[in-house]
Design a protein around this ligand. Sequence first.
Ligand code: KG4
Ligand code: ZN
Length: 365
Amino acid sequence: MAKQLTVLGIESSCDDTAAAVVRHTPGSSPEILSQVVVSQDELHKNFGGVVPEIAARAHTEKLDYCVADAFNEAAINLPDLDAIAVTSGPGLIGGVLSGVMCAKGLSAAANKPLIGVNHLAGHALTPRLTNQIEFPYLMLLVSGGHCQFLIVHDVDRFQRLGGTIDDAPGEAFDKTARLLGLGQPGGPHVEAAALKGDPARFRFPRPLLDRPDCDMSFSGLKTALLRAREAILAKKGGLTRKDQADLAAGFQQAVTAVLLEKSRRALKIYLELNPVKPVFAVAGGVSANQDIRAALETVCAESGVDFIAPPLSLCTDNGAMIAWAGLERYRRGLIDDLSLSARPRWPLDQTSPAMLGSGKKGAKA
Ligand code: KG4
Ligand code: ZN
C-alpha cells in the first residue's frame, strides 16, 4: 500500500528562486502545503535579459530563506519530509548548482533521499498535480525559454514531437514590447495593446507552416516586426498609439496562428496512440495569453480532446512542480544520491536531435 509522501521542491534554474512543499496521500488529490517564489526581475531589468552571474549570486543568497519560508508556511520541518527534490538541469549552471548544493546539504544533514528533477519534466508533469490526469497526454511548453510539444508517456518518458528551432515565443513577445516602447515582461503589455489593434493591417509571416512537422521558428517574426516599425518611423518619424496597437495585434495573430496549426499537427500524432481520455495541456508564461489559449481550446474542441491550463502560478517557474515531479519519481524508486550533478543542458527526450538556439533565459534543451 503506497504511503503518504511529503516532498520539498527547490527551483533555481533561471531567474526565480522558489521552494515549495507538496503532500500526496494515495487516493486523494495532491496538496500544495506551501509555495514561495522570489523573483529577480528587479535585478535584471536594466540588462535586457537575465545575467547569469547576478542570477547565481541572488539564488545563493535567497535559497535558505525560501526553504525556511516554505517550511513555515507548510507548518512542517525538515524531519517531516520524505524526500528533497531539486531542479538539477537544464538551465543557467550557476543557479542550478546553487539549488543542487542547497538540496544536498539538507539531504545530508537530515538523512533524507535526494531527487534530481529535470526542470522541463517539472513543467510537463504539472497537469498531474493540478488535474490528476493519466498518461499519455500531449503537452505544449511555451514560455520565455521553452517552446516544445511533448507526449508525456510516463514520469520519466517524454517524446518530443517538435519545438522552436530558434527563439521561444515569450522572447519574441518581450522583444516586440521593447520595439514598441512597452514595458517588460512584454507578453501582457503586447496582449493589452493588441486588444485595441487591427491585426489585418500588417501581415506578418507564419514561419515553417510550409513544413509538415511540429517545428516552429519565431526569430523571423521579430525581424519582420522590426522592419515594419522602421518603415513607419522613416515615413512619420514616430509610432502613434494606433501603429503600436496594430503592430502588436498583427504580431500576436501570427504567433497564435503558428501555435494553432502546429498544435493541430501535434494532436494528430498524439491521437494515433488512441489514448483512452485524450488531454492537451499547456504550461509556461505565454499560456497566459487569452488569444493563444482560445486558439488552443478551439483546436482541442475540434478533435474532442480535453484542454488543461493549470493556474498561472503553476505554469510559470515554481517549486511545487519540482516537488511534485520529485514525488512522482520517488514513488517509482527513481532516487539520486550525493553524487547528483548539475546539468546546463538536459533534453527530456534523449532520442530527439539536440536543439540549437540561444534564448535570453539560458540554454535550451
Ligand atoms: O514561464 P515564464 O514565467 O518564464 C520562463 O520563460 O521560464 O514565462 C515568461 C514569458 C515572458 O517572456 C513573458 O513575456 C511571457 O511569458 N508572457 C506572455 C504573457 N504573460 C507572460 N506572453 C504572451 N502573453 C501573455 N499574456
Ligand atoms: Zn520554466
